[in-house]
Ligand binder design. Structure first.
Ligand SMILES: Nc1ncnc2c1ncn2[C@@H]1O[C@H](COP(=O)(O)OP(=O)(O)OP(=O)(O)O)[C@@H](O)[C@H]1O
Length: 241
């Protein structure tokens, strides 16, 4: 059985179809990329899976059980955590306190002392252990993106949804972030769905890529197949096939 299954999922915002008839599955242990131009519906898809928004049509299942109608904290408790494209850490709290909030969300950890210990181990995993007592607002963008991953990881997810965690980073920071993502995936036995505009990173990280265009899935396949898919070249890169 697939870990995550989307079946004919649609989302309307008034007259706008942000997602239309999107279906795919993700198996346990996969790292899958989600790509598409601005406004293609990628973040909306994350919001539906994570319980931040409710689909207008279709089914979303985790381990064969529907997630539709579940609140974000209930979805988190079932094992899904997401990052947000625009990072908003509690700037006046320390890095450690921010990570600890993740550990308490969705009731992954109810004991405050255990949450603190776990938060510290997660900070080490994302390379922020030496900044644990710094204020979150003092981190660089790369640091804040790492903290966003730590906050999600502290929920002890099985499925991690990463929304443009490499946007705005330097090439060296991107290379470091990719190595870190691979490391946490292995260490925590994660399944990962990743939205990324940094194409080379997506191609390198993922075994499979799903392409959205105007809310519809137009392609799905290996990075090699996607890179030469005429529909993708035409729709996403604006290149005539
Ligand atoms: N809450 C909302 N209310 C109204 N329209 C929305 C809402 N959220 C998203 N949309 C619209 O839905 C469409 C898909 O947006 P979405 O943010 O999912 O795209 P995206 O692929 O993530 O884009 P980007 O790469 O810019 O992040 C866009 O036209 C967007 O303006």
């Amino acid at each position: 059985m697939s870990l995550l299954e989307l079946q004919a999922v649609g989302k309307r915002f008034g007259g706008l179809k942000a997602l239309d008839d999107v279906s795919f599955t993700i198996d346990s242990g996969e790292m899958v990329g989600l790509m598409g131009a601005n406004g293609a519906g990628k973040t909306t898809l994350f919001s539906l899976v994570a319980g931040n928004e409710r689909p207008s049509a279709g089914e979303i299942r985790l381990d064969g059980r529907s997630l539709v109608g579940r609140r974000a904290d209930q979805v988190a408790a079932r094992g899904i955590a997401r990052t947000f494209q625009i990072v908003r850490p509690f700037r006046g709290l320390t890095v450690r306190e921010n990570a600890r909030i993740g550990a308490l969300f969705g009731s992954a950890e109810r004991r405050p002392d255990a949450a603190d210990e776990f938060a510290l181990s997660i900070l080490a995993d994302v390379g922020l252990a030496d900044r644990a007592d710094a204020l979150a607002g003092s981190l660089t963008l790369a640091g804040q993106k790492r903290l966003e991953i730590a906050r999600a990881l502290a929920q002890r997810p099985r499925l991690l949804l990463l929304d443009e965690v490499m946007a705005g980073l330097t090439p060296t920071e991107i290379a470091d972030a990719m190595a870190m993502i691979r490391r946490i995936k292995e260490k925590h036995g994660l399944t990962v769905l990743v939205i990324e505009h940094v194409m080379s990173a997506l191609m390198d990280l993922c075994q499979r890529i799903i392409v959205l265009h105007h809310g519809m899935k137009i392609a799905e396949g290996t990075p090699q197949a996607i890179a030469r898919d005429p529909r993708v070249l035409d729709a996403y890169l604006g290149v005539e096939a």
